[in-house]
Design a protein around this ligand. Structure first.
Ligand SMILES: [Mg+2]
Length: 210
């Protein structure tokens, strides 16, 4: 199924729902190894994104994604706003005026988002950050022309739980060193929720189209 403006909105609505449901979990994860603000920041951010989607209409996926980016950059504090914001900004720029995206084009856009996160966060794979979901996941599916979304969802979950075993090398968690082991990275969890939302939206679309 191709991603359209309508399904992109469904993806974001689902992401918002999952962030609100998991707000306390994200807070708990960030309290264990960070400053505890990830749940509040993401919850506030997605509430603002939903307001943006209600107040404006978007003709292209690129415009929609850029609108989301500007909201996240402008309204979300902590590290997560700028990280997700720059990811969406680069994705929107890559997508441009397209009204629908094939799986390959969507993967290319997500890859741009991943690069933005790496540049902005100056993090690489294995440092116990959201990069540990984005990079290996997109690498796994980089050769796919048609994504099996159930497989992607399962893979995203594996990458997220895999951050539990990593030593933090970035941000506040880095001060904990070995004591950060045993805790899932909160940014990896919210990134998992983003990919889970995308996978579920795409699977629902495929089912609706028979
Ligand atoms: Mg934090």
């Amino acid at each position: 199924m191709n991603l359209t403006v309508k399904t992109t909105i469904s993806w974001l609505e689902k992401f918002d729902e999952k962030i609100q449901v998991n707000k306390d979990l994200l807070t708990d994860l960030d309290q264990a190894i960070g400053d505890g603000d990830h749940g509040i920041n993401m919850s506030r951010g997605l509430t603002e994104v939903m307001k943006t989607l209600e107040s404006k209409s978007f003709q292209t996926i690129g415009d929609l994604i850029k609108g989301v980016a500007m909201t996240l950059i402008g309204k979300v504090g902590g590290a997560s706003g700028p990280l997700y914001g720059s990811a969406f900004l680069k994705m929107g720029a890559k997508i441009g005026a397209k009204e629908q995206l094939s799986d390959e084009e969507l993967l290319e856009a997500l890859k741009e988002g991943e690069q933005a996160i790496i540049q902005r966060g100056k993090a690489s794979v294995g440092e116990k950050t959201m990069v540990d979901v984005w990079s290996p996941l997109l690498e796994d599916f980089s050769q796919e022309t048609h994504i099996n979304w159930e497989d992607l969802k399962v893979a995203a979950h594996e990458k997220m739980t895999g951050t539990k075993d990593l030593h933090a090398k970035k941000g506040r968690a880095a001060y904990l060193g070995a004591r950060s082991v045993g805790h899932i990275d909160p940014g990896a969890m919210s990134s998992y929720l983003l990919f889970e939302s995308l996978a579920e939206t795409m699977m629902e679309g495929e089912n609706n189209n028979g």
